[in-house]
Design a protein around this ligand. Structure first.
Ligand code: FES
Length: 232
């Protein structure tokens, strides 16, 4: 039997090598071939890893959700530092070693390899649905920054308020396509909301401004407070 540890590559930058090391340790502990592969964002892909397995062989897929994430390791400290400067609290905050560095993780993967398995079957329809060929005919595309600084400044409340208001107005993806993004760069102006094709960047957005953006700009077509495109 071959074993593949399947991880997300797109969301765990800097953690790929650790998954390969985990696979090597699990292979040594179990005595069976164990390789790492990625659903997205890194190589080898799941497809490529499956291609490399003997055609008549057996493959056990182990969804592996805990790669280390250097972005997270770095940003968790910066976020805590920001939290400290914005709260009057004496809380002592410690950071644990990454889960991927814990020997127990190898034990957990070993148990998954040697435990009960279920056969993968079914049809590939959901992977290639015709729906995934259609570009929505939205009038506006709204980017809601969910990067680490905007998140620290309250972006989750912005996203929730915006989504709730758009739903109340019956504005779905065909009217207003809302996409959560990573950092858009002018972090000091966050939380940020950007509306295209108008190219209007809303700064320091809170839940109240998010509601006004939904009402005045996205429903009525008038940018809040008459804001103009960023370059004018
Ligand atoms: S985190 Fe939002 S602009 Fe950087």
């Amino acid at each position: 039997m071959n074993v593949l540890l399947v991880s997300r590559g797109a969301t765990h930058h800097g953690g790929h090598d650790a998954i390969h090391r985990l696979a090597a340790a699990a292979a040594e502990a179990t005595g069976v071939p164990v390789r790492a592969c990625f659903l997205d964002g890194a190589e080898p892909s799941l497809h490529a890893a499956l291609d490399a397995v003997p055609a008549q062989g057996e493959v056990l897929l182990v969804a592996t959700h805990v790669p280390p994430d250097r972005y997270l390791d770095t940003w968790i400290r910066r976020a805590v530092a920001h939290w400290r400067t914005t709260r009057d609290r004496q809380t002592r905050i410690l950071v644990a070693a990454p889960l991927a560095a814990q020997p127990a993780l190898v034990t957990a993967v070993t148990d998954a390899i040697t435990g009960d398995h279920t056969t993968v079957d079914g049809n590939p329809g959901p992977f290639r649905s015709p729906a995934w060929s259609q570009i929505t005919r939205h009038r506006r595309h709204v980017l809601v920054c969910r990067g680490p600084r905007c998140t620290a400044y309250g972006a989750e409340h912005v996203a929730a308020a915006l989504g709730k208001r758009l739903t109340e107005h019956g504005l779905g993806d065909d009217d207003v396509l809302v996409t959560a993004t990573g950092c858009l760069f002018p972090c000091n102006l966050g939380p940020l909301v950007v509306v295209y094709p108008d190219d209007i960047w809303y700064e320091h957005v809170d839940a109240d401004l998010a509601v006004r953006i939904a009402d005045e700009h996205l429903r009525d077509g008038m940018p809040v407070d008459g804001r103009r495109p960023r370059d004018s």
